[in-house]
Ligand binder design. Structure first.
Ligand code: PPS
Length: 285
C-alpha cells in the first residue's frame, strides 16, 4: 500500500506497475505501427469493455481468446512496465490500450496510420467509478471519502490527471480518418449499432451469428462471469478483495452518489472547461 503518486511531467500516476523510465521512453521512442489498433481512454470510461469487444471482433465471435488470456495481456497498456515490455516483444498487428493524455502519448502515433479508438464517458460517472476503483486499488493514494475524491477529481489530482485536459487534448484528433470516437453511453444504448460501427472502422466483416456472439459475450453479465476479464485474477497485493472491474455497468450512477450541490459545482467547472465544443458532440450533455 502506498500513500503517494509517481509524478511524471507534472501528472500523477500510480506508484506500482509504473516507472518514470517507461513513461519517458514510451512517449519518445515507442513505435506504433500502421497495422496496430490503439484504444485510448481516460480511466473508468469503458476500456475493458472495448477490449472485450475488439478481441471478440478479431476472433469472429469465438470466445477462446477472451476465456484463456487476461485482458491486460490481450491488449497491454502501453504505459505500464509490464504492458510496455509485452508490446515491445510482440510481432504483427497489435492491440493495445492506454490512458495517456494526448501530450504524453507516443509521438509515433501522429505519423502512423494505426487505427485509434477513443472512448469517452459522462465525467460524473467516470468520477464515481474512479472513486470505487481508487478506494480498492493499492497502487497509489487512496481517497478516504467521496467528498475528498470529488475535490481531487475536479482539480485533476488523480491518476492520469484531469479528465477535462484528457478529453480536450484527444478531441483535437477526432476528425482524422484513422480515429473513431465512441461513447460509453452509445454502447449502452445500442451496442449492436456501436459494434457495427467499430467493425466498419476496422474493416472487419462479421456474419450475423458472429455479431450476435460479440454482443452476447461482451455484455456486462457475461463479462462479469469471465475471470479473464473481470479482474478477479489481479493479485491481492494490488487490489483489496473482493474487487471486480465490472462493478455496476450503468449510465447515470452519479445520480445515486453526488449531492445536488456537488452536481451543480461540477456543472459550473464543466461549462468553463468545456466551452467551445459543438453541441451534440457529448451524449451526456
Ligand atoms: S479502467 O480501470 O480504467 O481500465 O476501467 P474501465 O474499463 O475503463 O472502466 C470500468 C467501467 O466500465 C464498466 N464496464 C462495463 N459496462 C457495461 N458493459 C460492460 N460489458 C462493461 N465492462 C466494464 C465497469 O463496470 C466500470 O464502470 P462502473 O460504473 O464502475 O460500473
Amino acid at each position: 500500500m502506498t500513500d503517494d503518486y509517481l509524478w511524471f511531467e507534472g501528472l500523477p500516476f500510480p506508484v506500482i506497475g509504473y516507472s518514470y523510465e517507461v513513461l519517458k521512453e514510451a512517449g519518445s521512442q515507442f513505435v506504433i505501427k500502421d497495422e496496430d489498433t490503439v484504444l485510448v481512454t481516460y480511466p473508468k470510461s469503458g476500456t475493458n469493455w472495448l477490449v472485450e469487444i475488439l478481441c471478440l471482433i478479431h476472433s469472429h465471435g469465438d470466445t477462446k481468446w477472451i476465456q484463456s488470456v487476461p485482458t491486460w495481456e490481450r491488449s497491454p497498456w502501453i504505459e505500464t512496465d509490464e504492458g510496455y515490455k509485452l508490446l515491445n516483444e510482440r510481432e504483427g498487428p497489435r492491440l493495445m490500450s492506454s490512458h495517456l493524455p494526448f501530450h504524453l502519448f507516443p509521438k509515433s502515433l501522429f505519423t502512423s496510420k494505426a487505427k485509434v479508438i477513443y472512448i469517452m464517458r459522462n465525467p460524473k460517472d467516470v468520477l464515481v467509478s474512479g472513486y470505487y476503483h481508487w478506494t480498492m486499488a493499492k497502487l497509489c493514494k487512496q481517497p478516504e471519502s467521496l467528498e475528498q475524491y470529488f475535490q481531487w477529481f475536479m482539480q485533476g489530482n488523480v491518476s492520469y490527471g484531469s479528465w477535462f485536459e484528457h478529453i480536450r487534448g484527444w478531441m483535437s484528433m477526432r476528425h482524422r480518418e484513422n480515429v473513431l470516437l465512441l461513447s460509453y453511453e452509445e454502447l449502452q444504448k445500442d451496442p449492436r449499432s456501436a459494434i457495427e460501427r467499430i467493425c466498419q472502422f476496422l474493416g472487419k466483416k462479421l456474419t450475423p451469428e458472429e455479431l450476435d456472439s460479440v454482443l452476447k459475450n461482451s455484455s456486462f453479465q457475461v463479462m462479469k462471469q469471465n475471470k479473464m476479464s473481470n479482474f478477479e485474477m489481479v493479485p491481492e497485493a494490488l487490489f483489496t478483495r473482493p474487487f471486480l472491474i465490472t462493478r455496476k455497468g450503468i449510465s447515470g450512477d452519479w445520480k445515486n452518489h453526488l449531492t445536488v450541490a456537488q452536481a451543480e459545482a461540477f456543472d459550473k467547472v464543466y461549462q468553463e472547461k468545456m466551452a467551445g465544443f459543438p453541441k451534440g458532440l457529448f451524449p451526456w450533455e
